[in-house]
Design a protein around this ligand. Structure first.
Ligand SMILES: Cc1ncc(C[n+]2csc(CCOP(=O)(O)OP(=O)(O)O)c2C)c(N)n1
Ligand SMILES: [Mg+2]
Length: 281
């Protein structure tokens, strides 16, 4: 199925603005889990601006699609998308990580519209998603979950994966933000989970590998969901950690970023330029 290139261009511009929102949050809070937020930003942009049935004016409407950020430390990506999509005023971005903020370092469903579950302790989001998908399976609503390659060693993921296949949850899609890195280095060295797609397939899921920073591929895969009837879908998105900030791409040390003044300004300049280029297209 061919992907509409106008749509792709628009989404790329949204993604650039969302990445700029992430750096805005880091300026406000002084630090944050930047690397993983940047790597999954294209996925979240496609979901929030093209795929999911959601309404910022009615964030709790019963037939909405659900999004669960299982890897909760990537929450700046979700805040960036929610703000850009109009779920809350962008001025809130400047409060990221501050005392009393609605935008804490891990998402809190009691503080912000659009957050469906509290996550951050890795390994719980897929189980929550399976329960939601089971409850919603005759409703037409879909459940989308983003996890990370470094999160997958948590055994609860595989209990959830087996359950999703057992119940044939075709309304459930997991997107693995496979950036090859986790908190302390290469996932392959800390706890190798490759080949990820084949592992999900062995549990009974329909799977596809994509370049998760190529908007055409992200949209193409999401438009094809469910990949098979009566099976949950796993999209393994190969991404680059810190995508969009050239000085930080693929470097594990940027998992949690506490920038100095110069690096922060360089980041802002680079993303402002990306937005300018996107607007000119
Ligand atoms: C249960 C649990 N153990 C450890 C951590 C600490 N921790 C936060 S992020 C992270 C690495 C996650 O790696 P990955 O899922 O690949 O995400 P990425 O760092 O690439 O964004 C770890 C171990 C945690 N949040 N929860
Ligand atoms: Mg990772």
């Amino acid at each position: 199925m061919s992907v509409n290139q106008e749509t792709v261009k628009k989404l790329e511009l949204h993604a650039a603005r969302c990445r700029r929102n992430i750096v805005r949050m880091v300026r406000g809070g002084g630090a944050g889990h930047m690397g993983g937020a940047m790597s999954c930003m294209d996925i979240l942009t496609a979901l929030y601006f093209h795929v999911m049935n959601i309404d910022p004016e009615a964030p709790k409407k019963p037939d909405r699609d659900r999004f669960i950020l299982s890897a909760g430390h990537k929450c700046m990506a979700q805040y960036a998308a929610l703000a850009e999509r109009g779920f809350f005023d962008k001025s809130l971005l400047d409060t990221y990580g501050k005392l009393g903020t609605k935008l804490p370092g891990h998402p809190d469903m009691h503080k912000l519209p659009g957050i469906e579950a509290n996550t951050g302790a890795l390994g719980h989001g897929l189980s929550i998603s399976v329960g939601m998908a089971l409850g919603l399976r005759d409703s037409g609503a879909r459940v989308y979950t983003v996890t990370g390659d470094g999160e997958l060693p948590e055994g609860s993921n595989w209990e959830a994966a087996a359950t999703a296949a057992h119940y044939g949850l075709e309304n459930l899609t997991v997107l693995v933000d496979d950036n090859g890195l986790q908190i302390s280095g290469r996932t392959a060295e800390v706890m190798n989970m490759e080949p990820i797609a084949r592992r999900f397939a062995a549990f009974g899921w329909a799977t596809r590998d994509i370049d998760g920073n190529d908007m055409s591929q992200v949209v193409g895969a999401l438009e094809s969901v469910p990949l098979e009837t009566c099976r949950p879908t796993a999209i393994v998105a190969h991404t680059i950690k810190s995508k969009g900030l050239s000085f930080a791409e693929g470097i594990a040390a940027y998992h949690y970023w506490k920038p100095g003044a110069e690096e922060l300004s360089a980041a802002e300049r680079e993303l402002d330029e990306a937005i300018r280029l996107g607007e000119a297209l």
